[in-house]
Design a protein around this ligand. Structure first.
Ligand code: BES
Ligand code: MN
Ligand code: ZN
Length: 501
């Protein structure tokens, strides 16, 4: 999609649709709306005065211009209340533009750039561009083969955002470029997560990671095969992988700029399919379990963005890719496995496999001597019960890190909510025969006990754990920039966090 910022006459060009944003409860119509209103026999002001159009978020009022204006259609698009508006309003606005284009079958669009107080022009341009690109995303790899010739959708191809002055033009243009690369990285993560597990094997994940290493990218990639993982003593991750015909693969991406002041390790859960293993899931629970590598997908998406973002931080991206399957060679409930740091884990439920693989991934991350560790994992169904489909949980041992991540997510439209890393629940993961067991066992607080399990492996390193089981995948399209399927949650949040560091 071509997105550009423009100055000048909004109605000066022939275009499929002109979009005029309107906040709810406005008293005075903007200059462009007055202009269009005059040409259209006051139909716009009439709709507003009569209360037919109120400017509620997402509300549309469409007029076919019948040649009275160069735009074939004019659409009033509601932004909701001006008071509550934020950068997220603009991102959603971008997503809504895609909906408008689909409804009006438009491929070209001019838009009067909405102004939200407290949102600088660059951030505004970025948010709208993200909304446009992310909102028009479809996972179409398996759609429209030779057998079934689907008519290609008439897609939105050109969008011009009209701004007031030259200074804004420059800033919005920069923002659009940044928004496009943020969206592109998010879309890479979405594609990886949407790809069925039959194709998205551990080996394939390694191939994707390696493909990020290009000349001048500053990215390096180390791949650990099963032998290497055995040598390093990754007995926990290897145990999870044992039931699958696909060998496990460890991936260590790194980005090390010359004068970096900090080193940060980002660890992702990378279970390419989670059947539950011998503690097998019911079929409904398995239906979406291709998403169980979404944490690692966010790491890959982030690394795609790093060469553009160029943060002044060393970034280590780490994941151990495995498939959790039941078979004659699978690890069993009751088995005790020894993690890389020597901790013995009593496995009482093979479906609590994420924390078992993360035990070794976190130990490996700690060995890189980072200043902080962030992990992202589709770790617990309990997190969806607690926070629903939109919100991720954050738990950790460092209040300031947690707060920074929450702020970052607010800015990128990836909501994050803190849950307590409540120490007394550690008793629920105490094992009678090993150092620790992998389930809390019927005491509730499943997000917390899972996080406490991980805490064992990070020690004193400042650490934050993001349980992204909810927002990794969208079934109910509550946000216009988040269509059905994988969301790419985490990519923009992490990128934003790094660039604020
Ligand atoms: N991958 C699942 C968690 C999950 C569930 C993610 C639904 C996304 C949607 C995880 O491996 C799992 O199975 N967790 C178990 C833990 C339990 C056995 C302690 C769960 O949440 O039921
Ligand atoms: Mn599981
Ligand atoms: Zn899982």
């Amino acid at each position: 999609m071509q997105i550009e910022a423009t100055q000048g006459e909004l109605f000066g060009h022939t275009v499929d649709v002109a979009v005029l944003p309107v906040f709810s409860g406005i008293k005075r119509l903007s200059g462009v709306i007055q202009l269009a209103d005059k040409a259209l026999d006051e139909i716009l002001s009439g709709a507003i005065e009569s209360g037919q159009f109120e400017g509620k978020e997402g509300e549309r009022f469409t007029v076919t211009t019948l040649g009275l204006l160069k735009a074939k259609r004019v659409v009033l698009l509601g932004l909701g209340s001006k008071d509550g508006a934020s950068v997220d309003t603009l991102r959603k606005f971008g997503g809504l533009l895609v909906r408008v284009a689909r409804e009006t079958k438009a491929s070209s669009m001019v838009v009067a750039m909405p102004l939200v107080s407290d949102v600088p022009s660059r951030a505004a341009g970025q948010a709208i561009a993200e909304g446009l690109e992310l909102g028009s995303y479809r996972f179409h790899t398996f759609k429209g083969t030779q057998h079934k010739k689907e008519k290609p959708l008439r897609e939105l191809k050109r969008v011009s955002l009209f701004v007031e002055d030259a200074k804004t033009l420059k800033l919005v243009t920069e923002g659009i470029a940044r928004g496009k690369s943020f969206a592109e990285a998010t879309i890479l993560a979405r594609d990886l997560v949407n790809t069925p597990s039959a194709d998205m094997t551990p080996m394939h994940m390694a191939e994707v990671a390696k493909s990020l290493v290009t000349r001048g990218s500053g990215i390096h990639c180390k791949v650990l095969d099963q032998k290497a993982m055995e040598r390093m003593g990754m007995g926990a991750a290897l145990a999870v992988a044992r039931g699958s015909m696909h060998a496990p693969v460890g991936i260590h991406l790194s980005y090390r700029p010359a004068k970096a002041k900090k080193r940060i390790a980002i660890v992702g859960k990378a279970v390419t399919f989670d059947s539950g293993g011998l503690s097998i899931k019911p079929s409904d629970g398995m239906m979406t379990m291709k998403i169980d590598m979404a944490g690692a997908a966010a790491v890959i998406g982030l690394f795609k963005l790093l060469p553009v973002l160029k943060p002044n931080v060393e970034v280590e991206g780490i994941f151990l890719a495995v498939e959790n399957m039941p078979s004659g060679s699978a690890y069993r409930p009751g088995d005790v496995v020894t993690a890389m740091d020597g901790t013995t884990i009593e496995v009482l439920n093979t479906d609590a496999e994420g924390r078992v693989t993360l035990a070794d991934a976190l130990t490996y991350a700690k060995k890189q001597e980072p200043d902080m560790i962030i992990d992202l994992a589709t770790l617990t169904g309990a997190c969806i019960v607690a926070l629903g489909e939109d919100v991720a949980a954050v738990l950790g041992n460092n209040e300031s890190l947690t707060q920074k991540l929450i702020v970052s997510g607010k800015e990128t439209g990836e909501p994050l909510w803190a849950l307590p890393l409540y120490e007394p629940y550690t008793q629920f993961i105490r094992s009678k025969i090993a150092d620790i067991k992998n389930i809390g066992g019927g005491h509730g607080g499943g997000v917390i006990t899972a996080a406490l399990f991980l805490k064992t492996f990070v020690g004193d390193t400042p650490w934050a754990h993001l349980d992204i089981a909810g927002p990794s995948y969208t079934e109910k399209e509550t946000r216009p920039e988040q269509p059905y399927g994988a969301s790419g949650y985490g990519v923009r949040l992490l990128a934003n966090f790094l660039s604020n560091m």
